[in-house]
Design a protein around this ligand. Structure first.
Ligand SMILES: NC(=O)c1ccc[n+]([C@@H]2O[C@H](COP(=O)([O-])OP(=O)(O)OC[C@H]3O[C@@H](n4cnc5c(N)ncnc54)[C@H](O)[C@@H]3O)[C@@H](O)[C@H]2O)c1
Ligand SMILES: O=C(O)C[C@H](O)C(=O)O
Ligand SMILES: [Mn+2]
Length: 551
């Protein structure tokens, strides 16, 4: 006989006060709940009132996480109704605050799997125990070396995996019982954590080199063995590991790196949206990527792919890029280039002032970019001078300050609109309010991979994709075209988060169709759209089998 507590404490089964009298009778719950039976809608109203009474975003998040820990159906019902309001609370930017304080605020492991590099023999056991018999189709894993732009947060970073998965369910409708957040605790180089007696992770420096990659490999092997139908999503790994890991597994299994590919997709989709507004061709653009790290180079590669699809040769396409990092413009003789950066360097002989190109200001002044992307983690670096300089050489400058969270953004949307007299076509990493300037209201798209990865991932899972390739990524980037009415003055370059559910569904269908068209599905599928519809979970209470009481 299952005890009342094992049902009430199981967030995938629990209905709380919504258990009917008959269910209470059948499941051994009589007398364990107040008498009045509520509907899900009534529970949602009560919970939303409590949510609103919380004084800060972090407290709002803690309240929502309590609900999430207790009752997934109720949590997602509420998120469904308030997605625009909840996104910045459960996800970026408030998730950054919760990560920084994770060890001090800890109350619940949230059904995540915690893998320690000090205990490699138990990797499979950790995944199995955390899954607890659930049919896992989606794993988000982080080692938290590069959380957003706030650096190394060790085991605290598990919250980003939990947060990304919340967005997956809210946006695309993956069943929350089919997902697994995973933390790989490889140690941390964050001295504050190492010095903190309450820090919940391994108190030692990060494991590196072959021993680290061996742990990653053991994790992938166990993950694929236990959950052969799952998609593996990598999040916030460090710059020196993210691309290496992706390259190792991308042709073997269904996997993607969100910071590289998810970000590349949302930026290309945003640029396509911007070019729809300006009526320009992508072949006429000059791209400066400021912050040539994991995201910056993922973006450059996705745009490069688009230029080649538009008919440019590899060499011609590469001429459109100027990658800027700490050293300034990256040249083929710059020291300390990463493997990804080497593909996007310039030759000093192209510039009479090559030695002066050590700052973003000098690069913009010399190159006259039409598109400026920020993934540098350096706040305020898109200065008024730089932006005004850019705007004197192009009619509709495309400017995406994408560094997260809020405190790290290269510029605010409001300043960019003001400095360019309303000409800039903008997307920001975190949500930005509308900007009203000289009688026009400008809507600001959120250039965050959250617009893309739920639909991408769901489409791959629903179509049982063997791998994700460039063809499918490209199809997904073009999927959002037409959703925004770009003829409206002040139109955003990307669709609003308010439509997240609708466009994630469309994206998933396009991704699944691309997989099926290329015969990359592991099992036969006759109708990709139908496969997506069949996989979709909605937050409503299901009848619990009476057999639960007899287990
Ligand atoms: N909006 C989105 O969807 C999205 C997606 C991914 C990453 N990001 C943001 O982009 C930022 C970078 O993330 P990442 O994963 O690429 O990290 P990363 O560490 O791989 O890359 C950051 C790069 O910026 C460079 N940099 C640091 N200081 C600089 C300076 N003063 N001038 C020029 N370059 C400098 C670093 O050398 C590094 O190459 C983060 O803030 C992250 O939140 C946003
Ligand atoms: O997590 C986000 O908000 C986007 C992105 O993956 C990031 O690392 O900043
Ligand atoms: Mn990320």
């Amino acid at each position: 006989m299952t005890s009342a507590n094992s049902i009430l404490n199981n967030p995938f089964l629990n209905k709380g006060t919504a258990f009917t009298l008959a269910e209470r009778e059948a499941l051994g719950l009589v007398g364990t709940l107040p008498s009045h039976v509520q509907t899900l809608a009534e529970q949602a109203t009560q919970a939303y009132d409590q949510f609103q009474s919380k004084p800060s975003n972090l407290e709002k998040r803690l309240f929502l996480m309590t609900l999430f820990n207790e009752n997934r159906t109720l949590f997602f019902r509420l998120m469904d109704a308030h997605v625009v309001e909840f996104m910045p609370i459960v996800y970026d930017p408030t998730v950054a605050d919760s990560i920084e304080q994770y060890s001090h605020l800890f109350t619940d492991p949230q059904n995540a799997a915690f893998i320690s590099v000090d205990d490699p023999d138990n990797i499979e056991a950790a995944l199995k125990n955390a899954a607890d018999g659930r049919d896992i189709r989606l794993v988000v894993v982080t080692d938290a070396e590069g959380i957003l732009g706030i650096g190394d947060w060790g085991v605290n970073g598990v919250d980003i995996a939990v947060g990304k998965l919340m967005v997956y369910t809210a946006a695309a409708g993956i069943d929350p019982a089919q997902v697994l957040p995973v933390s790989i605790d490889a140690g941390t180089n964050n001295q504050t954590l190492l010095d903190d007696p309450l820090y919940l992770g391994n108190h030692h420096q990060r494991l590196t080199g072959d021993r680290y990659y061996d742990v990653i490999d053991q994790f992938v092997t166990a993950e694929q063995k236990l959950f052969p139908e799952s998609l593996l999503h990598w999040e916030d790994f460090g710059r020196s590991n993210a691309q290496v890991i992706l390259d190792k597994y991308k042709d073997q299994i269904a996997t993607f790196n969100d910071d590289i590919q998810g970000t590349g997709m949302v930026v290309l989709a945003g640029i396509l949206g911007a070019l729809n507004i300006s009526k320009e061709s992508i072949k006429d653009q000059k791209f400066v990527t400021f912050g040539a790290g994991t995201a910056g180079m993922g973006i450059a590669n996705q745009i490069l792919d688009e230029l080649k699809r538009a008919g440019l040769s590899e060499d011609e396409a590469r001429q459109h890029f100027y990658a800027v990092d700490k050293q300034g413009l990256l040249f083929n003789d710059s020291p300390d280039l990463t493997a990804a950066q080497k593909d996007f360097t310039r030759d000093r002989s192209e510039f009479s002032n090559a030695d002066d190109l050590t700052t973003l200001a000098a690069v913009v002044k010399t190159v006259h970019p039409t598109v400026l992307i920020g993934t540098s983690t350096q706040p305020g670096t898109f200065t008024e001078d730089i932006v005004k300089d850019m705007a004197t050489h192009t009619d509709r400058p495309i400017i995406f300050p994408l560094s997260n969270p809020t405190k790290l953004a290269e510029a605010t949307a409001e300043d960019l609109i003001k400095w360019t007299d309303g000409k800039a076509l903008i997307a920001t990493g975190i949500p930005a309010s509308d900007v009203t300037y000289q009688g026009t209201t400008y809507h600001i798209g959120q250039g965050n991979n959250a617009l893309m990865y739920p639909g991408l991932g769901f489409g791959l899972i629903a179509s049982k994709a063997k791998v994700l390739n460039g063809e499918t990524l490209s199809a997904a980037c073009h999927a959002l075209g037409g959703i925004v009415d770009t003829t409206q003055p002040g139109a955003a370059v990307l669709p609003p988060v308010a439509q997240l559910t609708a466009f994630s569904q469309k994206l998933a269908e396009i991704v699944a169709q691309s997989v099926v068209d290329q015969q990359l599905n592991k099992e036969p599928i006759t109708d990709a759209k139908q496969a997506v519809a069949a996989m979709k979970w909605t937050p409503s209470y299901q009848d619990l089998p009476a057999s639960l009481a007899l287990n």
